[in-house]
Write a protein that binds this ligand. Structure first.
Ligand SMILES: *[C@@H]1O[C@H](CO)[C@@H](O)[C@H](O)[C@H]1NC(C)=O
Ligand SMILES: *[C@@H]1O[C@H](CO)[C@@H](O)[C@H](O)[C@H]1NC(C)=O
Ligand SMILES: *[C@@H]1O[C@H](CO)[C@@H](O)[C@H](O)[C@H]1NC(C)=O
Ligand SMILES: *[C@@H]1O[C@H](CO)[C@@H](O)[C@H](O)[C@H]1NC(C)=O
Length: 347
């Protein structure tokens, strides 16, 4: 089975590091992700979300197709300019879209259910140029894509449905011109308005928390694990240092993808395979925007160097405690004796 490329496309901007972290220096991506599950002629389920970078802006209520904002500032920003008009027409647009899908599906005799996914939005570069995009998928595969410059809908698979839909949409000049306006001018100005209203939340920074521990899957292999979590924005650098030198990528080093936490922070782990008792020192180094020019440096404490050392320390501690206790008991007794002496003296 061919992997659903559209799904990859949908999340590609989330995988690119630091997509919007610094509004002055990095491109910003605003995108609407929408899925329609069309079971038959009279029933369609909708879900949708709009994201600026990885920050949710609004979501489509599946129950009544109305729009819910994630932030008060997102509502304020949307009330300005074209966005409000688009919002008020969104239900009409969705209804028309479902009708259009039925029409197309009937012509090529597609089987229900149909799952239609749309990804639409724009990338705004720091030099204020923007690039709009709209991709449509069906059944988890790319179907058609809008080409802005040529005002053309391009089939992305060789199927009767893709051919028909791209030809049909390209011939609708009014729709094409509207899409172009929406994906360039409206989208760009919406990004700028959102950034103006939501600066505090969009520029939020959470420092990473890092821990280092080890695992011994085999007697001759030691895995050093550096777990880094709770950071925002997404872009981060995690490296292992061996005797202060950065370990270069290789078979011994395995760093996970950056995964989201539930609170819109991120986590990842980096695992370094080493030989036990190799005599080197290891530390995990984390760099992140929230730390400024500082780095987190977490050394791996080799607790298992020699268990006898640990036992010796424990025995010494026990002895120290015991002698301290003995001394206290002796002092207390002496004190009691002294008190008795004093009491005797007073009496
Ligand atoms: C359409 O699908 C819905 C949900 O699956 C179902 O409840 C309904 O009976 C179907 N209607 C028709 C006309 O098939
Ligand atoms: C849509 O449904 C939600 C609950 O699912 C409700 O809170 C909201 O008021 C509804 N909106 C409209 C316009 O009916
Ligand atoms: C603006 O920046 C983008 C990305 O860096 C670049 O591709 C584009 O050519 C630039 N446009 C202009 C007019 O400088
Ligand atoms: C990296 O870790 C993943 C998940 O733990 C594992 O599936 C993969 O085999 C590892 N790769 C290497 C090169 O050790």
């Amino acid at each position: 089975m061919q992997p659903p490329r559209l799904l990859l496309l949908l999340f590609l901007p989330l995988l690119l590091p630091g997509m919007w972290a610094d509004p002055e220096a990095e491109p910003q991506v605003l995108q609407l992700l929408q899925t329609s599950f069309i079971t038959n002629f009279s029933s369609a389920e909708m879900s949708g979300v709009a994201l600026l970078g990885d920050v949710p802006i609004f979501a489509l209520d599946p129950a009544n197709w109305s729009i819910h904002f994630h932030w008060p500032w997102a509502r304020q920003a949307t009330a300005e300019g074209d966005a409000e008009k688009i919002k008020s027409h969104s239900k009409l647009f969705l209804r028309n879209m479902v009708r259009y899908v039925h029409e197309m599906a009937q012509q090529v005799q597609c089987n229900y259910p149909l799952v239609v996914q749309i990804r639409a939005g724009c990338v705004l570069h720091p030099n204020r140029t923007s690039w709009g995009f709209m991709d449509v998928g069906e059944g988890g595969r790319d179907l058609i894509a809008f080409e802005m410059e040529r005002q053309h809908w391009e089939p992305r698979q060789s199927s009767p449905l893709a051919e028909l839909v791209s030809k049909s949409l390209t011939s609708k000049k009014a729709i094409t011109a509207f899409m172009e306006h929406l994906l360039s001018i409206s989208c760009q100005s919406y990004i700028l308005t959102l950034c103006r209203y939501g600066r505090a939340d969009l520029e939020r920074q959470e420092p990473p928390v890092a821990t280092v521990f080890s695992r011994t899957p085999k007697p001759d292999q030691l895995l050093l694990v550096c777990r880094v979590t709770g950071f925002y924005p997404r872009s981060i650098s995690v490296a292992w240092l061996q005797d202060g030198q950065e370990v270069l990528p290789g078979p011994a080093l395995n760093t996970s993808a950056i995964l989201p936490n539930a609170d819109l922070t991120y986590q990842l782990r980096s695992i370094l395979a080493v030989a036990p008792h190799d005599g080197h020192s290891y530390a995990c180094r984390v760099r992140h925007r929230s730390l400024g020019t500082r780095s987190l440096l977490i050394p791996w404490e080799n607790h298992s160097i020699a268990p006898t050392v640990g036992i010796a320390i424990a025995v010494l501690l026990l002895l120290a405690t015991a002698s301290a206790g003995g001394f206290w008991w002796w002092k207390r007794r002496k004190g009691e004796e002294a008190t008795w002496e004093i009491q005797e003296f007073i009496i």
